[in-house]
Design a protein around this ligand. Structure first.
Ligand SMILES: C[S@@+](CC[C@H](N)C(=O)[O-])C[C@H]1O[C@@H](n2cnc3c(N)ncnc32)[C@H](O)[C@@H]1O
Length: 257
């Protein structure tokens, strides 16, 4: 008998701004890493995707996790679909035996899936379905996915580490939203949270992805030789954090609680 599907509330959902307005994700997110890594993805699929193992099924199932509202997810998915079809063609599969592709677009349930689905490329050569829920837990049945892709989403933590909000803890972050200029204990609290979240993600995918399948993870990082205080994105989060604190103080002065 199959066990119950574990679809618990794994992460705090803070999805991107939906719609296509001035401040929407769709109007402010073009050209992230997706275009830059196209060749790497094509190469990984050509070299590592084991189509001998996958050939038992004529449907290749792909999931983009943390897809948001587009348009980047469509570029990523199209790259993957083309790379898979090229791989089959290069291995002399005739056109009639090319696989069909089923793509599951995943994000938190609060993501603006309506905008996402309304913007789907009209001439796409794959089937699409939404998969709401946190990628920190199980989303798919066992051995049901062939390729998992995630870009610029895995660094979203499931929660702010408790210690950084606790004034009595050495990891207390003094109201800051980031750790670039914080004590080592604060940095460690964030690093531990990320390690735990990544573990949950990999544990779930290990059960969902078939043997011979592929997981493609795109996560921003820094080299060992660049300290947190020197990384541009970290510095910008500090500036953003201090602006948010100023705005909160202003609201408090104009409209005290
Ligand atoms: C910066 S966006 C990246 C979107 C898209 N992959 C891209 O490259 O444009 C990060 C996305 O990850 C989603 N996300 C964060 N944590 C998540 C989780 N635990 N489960 C599913 N999606 C998550 C957010 O809701 C957001 O839409």
């Amino acid at each position: 008998m199959a066990g119950a599907v574990q679809s618990g509330n794994f992460s705090k959902a803070l999805p991107m701004n939906g719609g296509h307005g001035l401040y929407s994700y769709s109007k402010n997110s073009t050209y992230q890493v997706i275009v830059a890594v196209k060749d790497l993805i094509t190469e990984a699929i050509a070299e590592k995707l084991d189509i001998c193992v996958l050939s038992s099924s004529n449907t290749i199932c792909v999931s983009d996790m943390g897809c948001s509202v587009g348009p980047n997810t469509f570029v990523a998915v199209q790259n993957i679909v083309e790379a898979v079809l090229n791989k089959y063609q290069s291995q002399e599969h005739d056109h009639s035996s090319l696989p069909e592709l089923q793509v599951f677009l995943n994000d938190h349930a609060l993501n603006d899936f309506n905008t996402l689905f309304k913007s789907l490329p009209p001439n796409r050569n794959y089937y699409v379905a939404g998969m709401p829920g946190s990628f920190h837990g199980r989303l798919f049945p066992t051995d049901s996915l062939h390729i998992v892709h995630t870009s610029y989403a895995l660094q979203w933590l499931s929660q702010v580490p408790k210690e950084v909000e606790d004034v009595s803890s050495p990891a207390w972050n003094k109201g800051r939203i980031y750790y670039s200029s914080s004590a080592d204990q604060t940095v460690k609290a964030y690093a531990d949270q990320f390690a735990g979240d990544l573990d949950c993600f990999l544990h779930a995918r290990a059960q969902e992805v078939v043997g011979g399948g592929l997981i493609i993870l795109m996560v921003p990082g820094r080299t060992d030789s660049s300290p947190h205080t020197r990384v541009f994105s970290n510095i910008s989060y500090d500036i953003l954090g201090s602006c948010l604190v100023d705005m909160a103080k202003l609201v408090w002065i104009l409209k005290p609680p």
